[in-house]
Write a protein that binds this ligand. Structure first.
Ligand SMILES: Cc1cc2nc3c(=O)[nH]c(=O)nc-3n(C[C@H](O)[C@H](O)[C@H](O)COP(=O)(O)OP(=O)(O)OC[C@H]3O[C@@H](n4cnc5c(N)ncnc54)[C@H](O)[C@@H]3O)c2cc1C
Length: 493
């Protein structure tokens, strides 16, 4: 009963309102606040909310002394089961570490690890700045900044993890250290993709940049004829163009949901973030049907069979763009992500869409189902930026543009889990096999969109995985974050 002893110690050490026990209003609320109900179904012995990095250090001492297990939770927005929650252990919920301070003179925003992106954007936007973060205001900073991540600005600014200039980390020893390009630089690099394997990060210092309003939004259309294929082709063309703008961000989706009347729908999420966005392409609030379109995005805005009432293209602020994504996403539903990466090749992507479309047929009658194949472009400019900003451990090659293929699924009932996951796993496997056969598969798997049957750290390549293992042994010699934090993907078994 080690978690019982740890709980007793926690209650003796901290004030009552920091330790939420089963059956209390605080516990029920915190345990409900996950994106996926599949995470809320875990029932920790308690949920502990530290008020400071020192509280986290004390928590780790108590955990170690009692050989208890725990989960680390940012905002609980990653759907992977038990990645940020736990049975028979204590969930360390960082939600009170949510201070946000813009330090314009240092070109950073210092963000508490429990913050969500919406409040971060409010602060940086008020200072005329932007920051690389989630496209959704609801997303948590911690899980995203430790794993890679795409923002509206990635084509110009790199992965979200590349923009972390310093982290405050509580190590297994209880020591509170900084990791950046000069201090503990090996840990800094490892945390740019290494997840929850090295310590509890309590603060992220993120690079800011000047950013005004930008152009973009959603275009929904009914899939018919070759209109979806032409979107994929346009995406590939843009990704492979030698002189492509680094001010675009493009996502091409193919999905099914009963609310769309039972037919396959397409969704283009497209953005132009250049400094001339507002002055050249329309004033704030004006819809694109009246304003002009950035020329490189015209193939996406001219797609046929559009649902005009859902067209949201306009000039928007960062917070408006991120709120649109937050409102569009579902929450407290059953949810699963899985993903792979391929080269930006039209035939490979169209084959993936065909495999997916056939595979999901038997799932369409499932209650509350939403099925989506999302293509996220990784232009080579992102990958070059990684190098300029100090490198990460993702193992991606800057010589060619890539596409992340995400299978995203929401549904209602637990009894459908067993029906849904194997179908999607098989579809992903078939997509990978086909891409491999065409010579266009890339090993990389994005940690945040990963399912439990996948192995993201092996996908980073042997050298990066070995580096991560070495850093884990250096900063956590007794393997606390390997054995006492079972959630997420581990480096050493
Ligand atoms: C609506 C929506 C939009 C999204 N948009 C984007 C997007 O634009 N771009 C993108 O790349 N992804 C996006 N995602 C993915 C999402 O941002 C990730 O799933 C991310 O992990 C969520 O972070 P979190 O802190 O809430 O995660 P949590 O579920 O709290 O944690 C995820 C993992 O990180 C670990 N962790 C979290 N914080 C810490 C910490 N401080 N120290 C150590 N370990 C920690 C946890 O232990 C866990 O293993 C989106 C997701 C949703 C639901």
């Amino acid at each position: 009963m080690t978690s019982k002893q740890a709980l007793d110690n926690l209650q003796q050490t901290f004030t009552g309102d920091q330790v939420a026990l089963p059956g209390t209003e605080a516990y029920n609320r915190l345990n409900y606040e996950y994106l996926s109900i599949r995470q809320s179904e875990y029932t920790p012995s308690a949920i502990f909310e530290p008020n400071s990095a020192e509280d986290v250090a004390q928590f780790l001492r108590i955990i170690k002394a009692n050989e208890a297990k725990f989960a680390i939770r940012g905002a609980g927005q990653q759907p992977l089961e038990a990645c940020s929650n736990i049975d028979d252990g204590i969930t360390l919920s960082l939600s009170r570490l949510a201070d946000i301070e813009v330090k314009s003179d240092e070109g950073i925003v210092a963000v508490g690890a429990g913050a969500t992106w919406g409040p971060v954007y409010e602060k940086v936007q008020a200072a005329g700045l932007g920051v690389g973060g989630s496209r959704s205001a609801k997303g948590g900073v911690g899980g995203l900044a430790l794993s890679g991540g795409l923002s509206f600005f990635s084509t110009r600014e790199g992965f979200i993890c590349d923009n972390v200039v310093n982290l405050q980390v509580v190590l297994a020893s209880g020591e509170i250290i900084q990791a950046n390009a000069t201090d503990n630089s090996d840990l800094w690099r490892a945390l740019k993709g290494g997840g929850n394997n090295f310590g509890v990060v309590t603060r992220f210092d993120l690079r800011t940049f000047p950013q005004g309003s930008f152009w973009g939004g959603f275009i929904f259309y009914a899939v018919a004829g070759d209109n979806y294929s032409r979107q994929v082709e346009a995406m590939v063309n843009e990704l492979r163009k030698p002189d492509a703008s680094d001010e675009t961000h493009i996502m091409v989706n193919l999905g099914y949901s009963k609310q769309f009347g039972g037919s396959m729908m397409g969704l283009n999420e497209i953005y132009y973030t250049g400094p001339d966005a507002a002055s050249v392409y329309g004033s704030k609030g004006e819809t694109t049907r009246k304003a002009s379109v950035p020329p490189m995005l015209e193939p996406f805005t001219s797609v046929e069979n559009q649902v005009d009432s859902l067209n949201s293209l306009r000039i928007m602020t960062l917070i408006e763009g991120a709120t649109e994504h937050a409102v569009a996403s579902q929450e407290h539903v059953r949810c699963a992500y899985m993903n792979c990466t391929v080269r930006a090749d039209k035939d490979t992507l169209l084959a993936a869409a065909e495999i997916y479309s056939k595979a999901i047929e038997p799932l369409k009658p499932v209650e509350g189902i939403t099925l989506c194949l999302t293509l996220n472009g990784y232009p080579s400019s992102i990958l070059r930026r990684t190098v300029e900003l100090g490198g990460n451990v993702l193992g991606l090659d800057a010589r060619e543009s890539l596409v992340s293929v995400l299978l995203l699924t929401y549904w209602k009932n637990k009894e459908d889990d067993e029906k849904i996951i194997p179908v999607l796993q098989k579809a992903l496997g078939d997509i990978e096999k086909d891409a491999e056969h065409r010579g266009h598969k890339v090993p990389y798997v994005y940690l945040n969109y990963t399912s439990s049957f996948q192995d993201p750290f092996t996908s980073y390549g042997e050298e990066n995985k070995r580096f991560l293992q070495e850093v884990s042994r250096r900063y956590d010699p007794r393997g606390l974050f390997q054995s006492s934090v079972p959630g997420g993907f581990k480096l050493l078994s």
